[in-house]
Write a protein that binds this ligand. Structure first.
Ligand SMILES: [Zn+2]
Length: 300
């Protein structure tokens, strides 16, 4: 495992951060690394497509989307408005990985009329608004027409992708020259780096490893850095127009506390409310600017 290349940039220069448990597939322990070349944090285990499919099949998607809906509805509405400032509302828009329809509904609500969805086979596909004209389902984007889209959106998708080269070259191919790529994806934060330091200490290391489980897993294979995203854009034929870091949580904070501290660490549940109140200012601070919003244009 020591020579696993960075999932993001391919460099072999990295440090091992910690091992985290995995209950979603056959691999019991995941090795978390930080790349010294691009700064990304990634799962270094070799994971076959069949194992990733097994892990996703174990995920209760309906429950997952219910739990994330409260936090994701305002974030998707804001992102749809953000896109409306970039392209006309009749632009041909492909939402990659948006099969549960949440972002398509937000786009529909913002007035977009020419939507397409790409989803992997077996992934959720539900409750799509009437402005979705085309649905494409495959593993490699081969069913999508080349140069056909004005804009591609990827909301919280890139961190799940085992083969970034295939995904980004596929997206580049389906965009028209000059077309826009719009991405939200997790980035490594100051708080992450503090927790990486904590992971090395005997008594408090468990806190750092529990934190890491909330950041990388068999589902979230990599957290990027702005440097890594710029490198990927240059490599796959895009010019970066805008790259900002924002604070954007997928779940309400008490949900994180319940899952990671009560269920996994055995914390008494009467502590959920005080711990949530204690953590909220930190998790909403600049130290936890955890999401990159990237706008890039396909080179002509
Ligand atoms: Zn790297």
């Amino acid at each position: 495992m020591a020579d696993a290349p960075c999932r993001v940039c391919g460099s072999h220069r990295h440090v091992h951060l910690c091992r985290t448990a995995n209950e979603h597939s056959a691999t019991r322990w995941l090795d978390n690394y930080r790349c010294l070349a691009c700064g990304s944090v990634f799962i270094g285990n070799a994971l076959a497509p069949a194992e990733l499919s097994e892990a996703y099949a174990a995920l209760d998607e309906a429950a997952y989307y219910d739990e994330t809906a409260q936090a994701s509805a305002p974030k998707f509405a804001a992102a749809a408005d953000d896109i409306a400032a970039l392209v006309p509302r009749d632009a041909a828009l492909l939402d990659v990985g948006g099969g549960n329809g949440a972002f398509a509904r937000a786009l529909h609500g913002s007035g977009f009329s020419n939507l397409s969805i790409h989803e992997i086979p077996g992934g959720e596909l539900s409750n799509l608004p009437p402005s979705v004209r085309n649905i494409y389902r495959d593993d490699d984007y081969a069913s999508l027409p080349g140069g056909a889209f004005d804009i591609v959106s990827m909301m919280d998708v890139l961190e799940h992708v085992p083969d970034l080269a295939a995904t980004l070259s596929g997206v580049q191919r389906v965009l028209r020259p000059g077309g826009t790529l719009y991405v939200h994806t997790p980035v490594v934060t100051v708080l992450d780096r503090l927790m990486h330091a904590v992971q090395k200490f005997p008594l408090i290391g468990g806190v750092g490893r529990a934190w890491q489980r909330t950041r990388t897993s068999i589902y979230h294979l990599q957290n990027f850095t702005p440097r890594a995203l710029r490198l990927l854009m240059a490599r796959y034929g895009f010019n970066v127009v805008r790259l900002a870091r924002i604070n954007e949580l997928s779940w309400p904070i008490d949900y994180y506390v319940r899952v990671y501290l009560v269920q996994l660490r055995g914390m008494p549940s009467f502590l959920v409310r005080p711990v949530t109140l204690l953590l909220t200012p930190l998790l909403r601070s600049r130290l936890n600017a955890n999401k990159a919003v990237l706008v890039a244009r396909r080179r002509g």
